[in-house]
Design a protein around this ligand. Structure first.
Ligand code: SAM
Length: 367
């Protein structure tokens, strides 16, 4: 089977927006429209329970606010999507907000927020209580974030067009930040879920704002990846993550990419662990413990163009994470988990937690 095989295509996944409708009401509405609810569905049961384009759906077993539909289900014109009650989102990209899990009333930065899928997820987890500062460099994408999050009924978000790197971590406002979700620009090499069905309906359907969201998402994927591009991205991602770690009272940070490359994932984690001492990886038991696909060792196949020598690649070979650290990381893939390729790392500020909650390994400094 290839990635385009419908059986392997990521399942259509919708996150229900608890700010607008209860789970029960969303399920009932789909049932009145001829869909059959089959209770919970584990990723390993997708093939047997959710046949391509059948009208069955179920609750995801890993995430509490996700419904799973068979691949080929087209919900882009569904009334609940158009009115912001549900959000179409790949399961793996729901992981960062779910793992960060900011409590209601807290103050959160979504550092690279547009078009806002994770921002609305955070607002829903926080039940609109507290504050989310949503930063993005790109004004057009930020406009989409504002429209999307308003439609979803979020009222605790302040959108700001600025580089996250320009935010002074030592300001009075920065001292109030409890959580940071960092989902920076990446190679997009893991993305396959703009399935042909979804893209076809995008082309054939004219719904101005919603169509625009998908155009933005699709556009981000068409740049070719070279070893140099991946190296530049890896350096940028490391810088962004180290900047997040400068906010003095941040308790927890999630770092995520939709990249399959080690250089943008484990290698970034390794670099930040070796460059500062306050933040440690969260223990596996606190990061989707039952999820079987975890961080990986660097493999020679991760090297994009073997002829090109890349210092960051060489470093990652020398400084691989140990087993505990790899196990605390979350990966996902189309072939095994029926999602986009995705990666999440969760860091705890060791000054706020006890030792059983993070992995306390002495690390060698990268010079
Ligand atoms: N988190 C978003 C979501 O779930 O909808 C997707 C974020 S996308 C992967 C990365 C975003 O980072 C882009 O919108 C890009 O404009 C933004 N970005 C890139 N560099 C940035 C920076 N220095 N500061 C803030 N945002 C940045």
């Amino acid at each position: 089977a290839t990635k385009t095989d419908p059986a392997l295509a990521p399942k259509a996944q919708i996150k229900f927006n608890t700010l607008k409708m209860s789970v029960k009401d969303v399920i009932s509405l789909f049932e009145t429209q001829g869909y059959k609810f089959i209770d919970t569905v584990k990723y390993s049961e997708f093939q047997s329970k959710l046949q391509h384009k059948s009208k069955k759906f179920g609750l995801d077993t890993d995430l509490t606010d996700l419904l799973v539909f068979p691949s080929g289900t087209d919900l882009i014109l569904h009334e609940l999507y158009l009115n912001g009650s549900i959000i179409l989102q790949d399961k793996a990209s729901c992981f960062p907000a779910f793992i960060l899990n900011p409590e209601p009333g807290s103050t959160v930065i979504d550092a690279c927020a547009a078009p806002g899928n994770k921002t609305s997820h955070l607002a829903s987890i926080m039940n609109n209580k507290g504050k989310i500062f949503a930063y993005d460099l790109d004004n057009n994408r930020l406009d989409t974030l504002i429209k999307q999050t308003n439609l979803a009924g979020c009222n605790c978000i302040e959108a700001r067009c600025s580089s996250f790197l320009d935010i002074d971590p030592n300001s009075a406002e920065s001292a109030k930040i409890d959580y940071i979700l960092l989902d920076p620009s990446c190679s997009g090499s893991g993305i396959v879920s703009r399935s042909n069905d979804l893209v076809d309906s995008l082309i054939s359907t004219y719904i101005q704002d919603r169509k625009f969201d998908y155009q933005i998402e699709v556009q981000t994927q068409i740049k070719p990846n070279s070893a140099t591009r991946i190296k530049n991205l890896s350096n940028f991602q490391t810088r962004m993550l180290l900047h997040a770690m400068k906010f003095p009272n941040v308790k927890k940070i999630t770092y995520s990419t939709c990249s399959v490359y080690h250089q943008e994932n484990e290698n970034v984690v390794e670099n930040v662990l070796s460059s500062q001492t306050d933040f440690k990886l969260a223990n596996q038991k606190l990061v989707l413990q039952e999820w079987p696909k975890r961080g990986e060792q660097f493999k020679s196949s991760d090297n994009l163009t073997p002829t090109e020598t890349s210092p960051s690649v060489a470093k990652s070979v020398l400084n691989n994470l140990n087993k505990d650290e790899q196990c605390s990381l979350v990966r996902s893939s189309t072939e095994e988990m029926y999602t986009n390729g995705f990666f999440v790392a969760c860091f705890f500020n060791k000054n706020h937690f006890n030792k059983t909650e993070y992995i306390d390994n002495p690390r060698r400094k990268i010079t």
